[in-house]
Write a new protein. Sequence first.
Length: 251
Amino acid sequence: MSESKLAGQFFDAAIGLLERVRDEEAAHIAEAGTLVADAVAGGNRLFAFGAGHSSLPAQDVVYRAGGLALMNFLAVPGTAGIDVMPATLGSALERVDGLAGAVLDSSPASSGDVLVIISLSGRNALPVEMAMNARAIGLKVIGVTSVAYATGTRSRHVSGTFLKDHCDVVLDSKIAVGDAELTLDGIDAPFAPASTVVTSAIMQAVMAAAAGELAGRGVEPPLLRSGNVDGGHEWNGRVMQEYGDRIFFRH
């Protein structure tokens, strides 16, 4: 099989997943957008969290041209990128009990805020405890996960539960257990994961829904512009000054 045919198959698989999410998760995405809009209009704050590769869609909506300026990344040291050495340490930290609580306790998140938690499997201690603890202190939790893992794997949290069990809104990425879309004779492992593509699209869809909801209420969405277009820096400066008490990635 030619390399171009495999590449095309991956695009087809990713497009198919995006179409499923668009059609099957529309109501949940709208619901999540409303929660985000409620927080913006109500003077509350927005946070996004993900560990490992699930941190990438979370980071994609923080300090983003065309995105909401109020979205902040809730970082758990050692889990948010591949710069930790060894890389396997990040995976190990996702299974550590108590880490999520310590991070939340030292964060500016408080009752009424919204926290988006991204975890493909939703089975590790870190995202499960993050959701449980966040709701306990009054945050609204949006979970972005693959619901298939809840029946195809076992939870690694002492409660036996998954991220999806502790959310106000669950957005199902439809990713199959294992996160690999392609197989080929002569290659022993499945390959070509699509979770980052799909989950990033989900996050941007929620932000778009929130912007539309705010506009429908007569509230100007606090959006950032590209610094690479004329007037972008000046625009962003005004937004950050107006909403500075809810933007934490500058400090």
